[in-house]
Design a binder for this molecule. Structure first.
Ligand code: 5RP
Length: 226
């Protein structure tokens, strides 16, 4: 199986966890794409009824709406039963890096308002320690050069994320992404705490102590880690 087939296998499998009458959170990314596609199929077939979805990006919202899945804003629901999302890297303790698609602010808000979180990934995302995948931060444009300098002084090897035409990548909220090419992150909680206290940083991609279940796509089929 190629990587895309592994993503599809976990995306389809994960929909078993969605039940009728749930408020569901829909993540973002190429793995989540397959999950939403399968959710739409089961919803249209009447196998899953009466759900409402809170989405984490305009891409996922558009896909859900096209499939006829009702959507609501996070402000319009009092809870989310289960969110299924992708991840960029997961360590052996179930801590993760997200934000490769630049959606980690909305993803973190949806995840932290969810009773349960499931991540779906292909096997290439699993690692002993985090950090070989650059850690995304979302920064407000105001004073962003100062924020960049602070990250540089801290030895975090910051780089603005750019579009193909060389312009700065803009998030859903019209902020920039600064990726931190740190290498091995030995103390993720200490780093998360430091980043949480930088006023120009709206959100970082360290998702710690958030996930309940991980579904990993291997050649011989999806494996569930609880
Ligand atoms: C977007 C994310 C995605 O969940 C993450 O990048 C994984 O994406 P993919 O399934 O395409 O590999 O965090 O901000």
């Amino acid at each position: 199986m190629n990587q895309d087939e592994l993503k599809k296998a976990v995306g389809v499998k994960s929909v078993d966890y969605f039940k009728s009458d749930m408020v569901v959170g829909l993540g973002t990314g190429s793995t989540v794409y397959y999950m939403i596609e399968e959710l739409g199929r089961r919803y249209q077939a009447g196998e899953i009824k009466n759900i409402v979805a809170v989405t984490t990006s305009s891409r996922s919202e558009k896909q859900a709406k096209e499939l006829g899945i009702p959507t609501k804003d996070l402000n319009e629901v009092d809870h989310i039963d289960l969110t299924i999302d992708g991840a960029d890297q997961i360590d052996k303790n179930g801590q993760g890096i997200k934000g490769g698609g630049g959606a980690h602010l909305l993803e973190k808000m949806v995840a932290t308002n969810s009773t349960r979180n499931i991540w779906i990934v292909d096997q290439s995302k699993m690692a002993d320690t985090l950090g070989s995948f650059p850690l995304p931060t979302e920064v407000i444009p105001f004073g962003c050069e100062k924020t960049f300098t602070d990250l540089e002084k801290e030895g975090l090897n910051p780089q603005f994320r750019l579009n193909e035409d060389g312009s700065r990548f803009l998030t859903h909220n019209k902020n920039y992404i600064i990726d931190l090419k740190i290498g091995e992150i030995k103390h993720p909680h200490l780093l998360a705490d430091w980043l949480d206290h930088q006023v120009g940083i709206v959100a970082h991609g360290l998702f710690l102590d958030i996930v309940n279940t991980i579904i990993v796509g291997y050649e011989d089929g999806p494996k569930v880690i609880d």
